[in-house]
Design a protein around this ligand. Structure first.
Ligand code: XMP
Length: 327
C-alpha cells in the first residue's frame, strides 16, 4: 500500500457498488498494514481527512486517534460538526483542541498575507506535534492524500501539502487509504461510509481558513463578521438550490470603514463583499450571477444580522485578473 499507484485500468468509482467494493478492499489492506498498532490522524473536517477517518474507524476503531485542531479560522458550525459526526455518532477516539487564542494572538497585528499564511501553517504543525507527543505508542500517521496531489507534486506544480512538515524525530509510517482516488471518487466513498452529504460535498475551503477572508491584520470582531456573513450566505445558497451547483462562494470583510446611517444615526462600519464563482480547474474562474431578489435578500440579512457591517458589495471580477481569494 505504501507508494501505491493508481492502476492504469482502474474503473472510475461512480456507483455505490464500486464504492463498497473499494471500501471492503481497503479495510482488509488497512488491517493487514496496521495490525494491532496505533494510528494518528489530523482531522480538519474537510472531505479527504473526513473520509480517511471514517474508513479507519471502520477498519481499526479505537486504534485510531483523530486530532481536530480548531485554529479559530474555521467556518461557523464546523468544529461542532466534526465532534458530532466523529465523536458522538461514529464513537471515534477524538482529541479536540481549541487553539483559537494561540493562533489569533500570534496573528495579532500581522498584515502581510504570506506571513499570515506561514504563521497559520507553522502553528498548526506545532499544535499537532505537541498533541502527538502526548500520545503513547503511535506508529502510523494517516493522511488524506489523493491521486491529484501525487500527480501535481510529481509534475512540480505544487509541493505535496500533506506529506512532511512534522519535526524530524516524529517518523511515522504513512497510511493513505484514498491515495489512488480522484476527488469525485472520494465523495462517493465518503457517502457509502455514512458521512453527511454537507460534509462530503463541501465546497473547497483554504487551509488558512477565514484568515484569508479577513484581509490585513485579523481582529476578533472583523473575523466574527466574516464568519457570520459566510454562514448567512451558505444558508441562503442552500435554501435557493445553489449549494453543490456553484463551485465556491464566500464573504470577505476588508479592513476599511465607510459612513452609513441606521435609525437616523450615523454609522461607521465595514463593507461585506460577496464572491461566488464557478470553475473546472481554478486557473480560470467565472462569476456566478445571482438573481436580484436573492441579492436584495442577502443584503438585508447581512446588514441587519451581522454586527459591524453597513454595506454589502458583490465581486464581479473573473480570474484572471483577480484570484479567487483576496490574499
Ligand atoms: P486562488 O485565490 O489562488 O484560489 O485563485 C484558488 C483555489 O485555491 C484555494 N486556496 C487555497 N487552498 N490553501 C488552500 O488549501 C491556501 O493557502 C489557499 N489559497 C487559495 C481557493 O479557496 C480556491 O479554491
Amino acid at each position: 500500500m505504501i507508494n501505491e499507484r493508481r492502476p492504469d485500468d482502474m474503473v472510475r468509482i461512480t456507483t455505490p457498488q464500486l464504492a463498497d467494493a473499494y471500501i471492503e478492499e481497503q479495510i482488509k489492506a488497512l488491517r493487514e498494514q496496521i495490525g494491532d498498532k496505533k494510528v494518528l490522524l489530523a482531522l480538519s473536517g474537510g472531505v479527504d481527512s473526513s473520509v480517511v477517518a471514517a474508513m479507519l474507524i471502520k477498519a481499526i476503531g479505537q486504534q485510531l486517534t483523530c486530532v481536530h485542531v480548531n485554529h479559530g479560522l474555521l467556518r461557523k458550525g464546523e468544529p461542532e460538526q466534526v465532534i458530532e459526526v466523529f465523536k458522538n455518532q461514529m464513537k471515534a477516539n477524538l482529541v479536540y483542541i481549541d487553539a483559537t487564542d494561540r493562533f489569533l494572538d500570534k496573528l495579532a497585528g500581522v498584515t502581510d498575507p504570506e506571513k499570515k499564511r506561514m504563521i497559520i501553517g507553522g502553528e498548526f504543525i506545532e499544535v499537532f506535534a505537541e498533541e502527538a507527543r502526548k500520545l503513547d505508542g503511535i506508529e502510523f500517521l494517516a493522511q488524506g492524500t489523493i491521486w491529484p496531489d501525487i500527480l501535481e507534486s510529481e509534475a512540480g506544480i505544487k509541493a505535496h501539502h500533506n506529506a512532511g512538515g512534522l519535526p524530524e524525530d516524529m517518523a511515522f509510517e504513512l497510511v493513505e487509504p484514498v491515495r489512488i482516488l480522484f476527488k469525485d471518487e472520494v465523495r462517493v466513498v465518503g457517502e457509502r461510509l455514512g458521512l453527511p452529504a454537507n460534509m462530503v460535498y463541501r465546497q473547497p475551503f483554504p487551509g488558512p481558513g477565514l484568515g484569508v477572508r479577513c484581509p490585513g491584520a485579523i481582529t476578533r470582531d472583523r473575523l466574527e463578521a466574516v464568519r457570520e456573513s459566510d454562514a448567512i450566505l451558505r444558508e441562503e445558497f442552500a435554501k435557493n438550490g445553489l449549494e453543490g451547483k456553484v463551485w465556491q462562494y464566500f464573504t470577505v470583510v476588508p479592513d476599511f470603514k465607510s459612513t452609513g446611517v441606521k435609525n437616523g444615526k450615523r454609522t461607521f462600519d465595514w463593507p461585506c463583499i460577496i464572491r461566488a464563482i464557478n470553475t473546472t480547474d481554478v486557473m480560470e474562474v467565472t462569476v456566478e450571477h445571482l438573481s436580484n431578489e436573492l441579492m436584495d435578500h442577502l443584503v438585508q440579512r447581512i446588514i441587519n444580522e451581522v454586527p459591524g457591517i453597513n454595506r454589502v458589495l458583490y465581486d464581479f471580477t473573473p480570474k484572471p485578473p483577480a484570484t479567487v481569494e483576496y490574499e
